[in-house]
Structures are given as C-alpha cells and as structure tokens.
Design a protein around this ligand. Structure first.
Ligand SMILES: [Zn+2]
Length: 226
C-alpha cells in the first residue's frame, strides 16, 4: 500500500434499487445483487483506497452461473429465452441504452457512496464487452481453454472509472460492443458448442458464455434504470 493510502473495509456493493427490492424480499436472502457477475472469484478482506478517491466497493463474489438455469429475480433476464442467433443483436441493442444513460446530467454521480455511478457502470460494461469478446475468440480458436482471470474491481480502480469522460466512454462502449457482437456472429452449430472454462472450473460453451455475458449487460442496465 502506498504511503498515505487508507485501508478501509467497505461494504458489499449493491445497487440502490436492489436494496429496496431486497428489503421487500427478505425471504430470499441468497438472491442479493452484487456487481460481480463476471468471474466468481473469491476475494475477501480490506481494499486499499487512496485518500481523495471514492470508496472502492467490494462485491460479494457469488457465482452467478445459476442465471443460465433460472430467470434473474432482479432484472428479469431469462437466459433460456434467448436464442443464440439473437446474442449479437442483443449486444448491439444495449449500446443506445447505455449511451442515453451516459447523457444524464448526473451520470457521474454515485447514488450512494459505495454504489457505482452510471459512468462507472458504463466503463465496466465497456470492459465486459472486451473481456467476453476475448473469451469467445479463445473458445473458438483453442481447445478447452482456461480463461484468464479478470479482477473487475481492480480494473475499475486502476483505470479510475469515476474520472472518465462520459462522451468518450459512450464511443468506446459502442466500439467494444461491435467487436463483441462480431465474435458471436455467423457461428456454426459446432462453434456454438465449443467449450472453455474459468479457473474455478465453471465450463461454458460459446452459447452459454454469450447468454451469461448478456445477463451482465442486462442486469447493469437494470441497475442504472436504463
Ligand atoms: Zn439479473
């Protein structure tokens, strides 16, 4: 930790809307929402935060692969209801919604100290597009590859999401989404069935990777009310 850095225990990141939902759904304590939809890696303990930076939220690191089997009770995404041929179009269709949200006057304002702003969520989705495009191409190019881990929270801090410019992010997000959509386009049945795995052992086909990825995009659109 650098001199002057402040170590804090920070709370589980939850979107403010979901906090209300959770209060109403106390009977379903295991279904709380966190931001960590992408890797399911376990990381616990304090997170250092340089003085002057906003607090760094810590997700609760649940494995979200269940969204492939069950509708998401928060955002309503139904992975099984999405045809694989629609994945690329759905990726592209999400971009205008993110761009519209980024034009809000308060896009860079966190609704709560430990809840990402629209800008920070959009930065995350931009990078999610890139990560999942890379993983799709890896599945298609290699036999049973293991995906590199991605620490999305470290990425957010490293790239200082909260300081990025919304209009720049809007363009980058569009470009990243197009690359990702291309990776999931024009695939043969055999290509859709190719497999890769995360370091925790979760196995994905190209098809389930696409569905899992789209839930991430949809869930965070829900988080920001877009
Ligand atoms: Zn969801």
């Amino acid at each position: 930790m650098s001199p002057g850095a402040l170590t804090r225990f920070v709370g589980i990141l939850r979107c403010s809307r979901t906090r209300l939902d959770q209060a109403a759904r106390a009977a379903e304590p295991t279904r709380k929402t966190s931001v960590n939809l992408c890797d399911g890696e376990i990381r616990v303990g304090p997170v250092s935060s340089d003085e002057g930076d906003p607090p760094h939220p810590v997700p609760d690191d649940k494995d979200w692969t269940w969204v492939l089997e069950h509708p998401c009770p928060d955002c309503g995404f139904v992975a099984g209801g999405l045809s694989r041929e629609a994945i690329a179009a759905e990726i592209l269709a999400s971009t205008p919604r993110w761009q519209s949200a980024l034009r809000r006057a308060d896009a860079a304002v966190r609704p709560e100290p430990e809840t990402w702003s629209v800008l920070e969520y959009a930065c995350h989705i931009r990078d999610v597009h890139t990560i999942f495009a890379t993983r799709a191409r890896l599945i298609l190019d290699e036999d049973n590859p293991e995906f590199e881990n991605w620490d999305q929270d470290a990425t957010a801090v490293e790239h200082r999401y909260w300081e990025q410019r919304a209009e720049v992010v809007a363009g980058e997000l569009d470009e990243a989404a197009r690359h990702a959509a291309a990776a999931f386009s024009g695939l043969s049945p055999a290509q859709w069935s190719r497999v890769g795995r995360r370091s925790n052992g979760s196995v994905f086909t190209t098809e389930t990777l696409g569905r899992y990825y789209l839930h991430d995009v949809a869930h965070h659109l829900y988080d920001v009310g877009a």
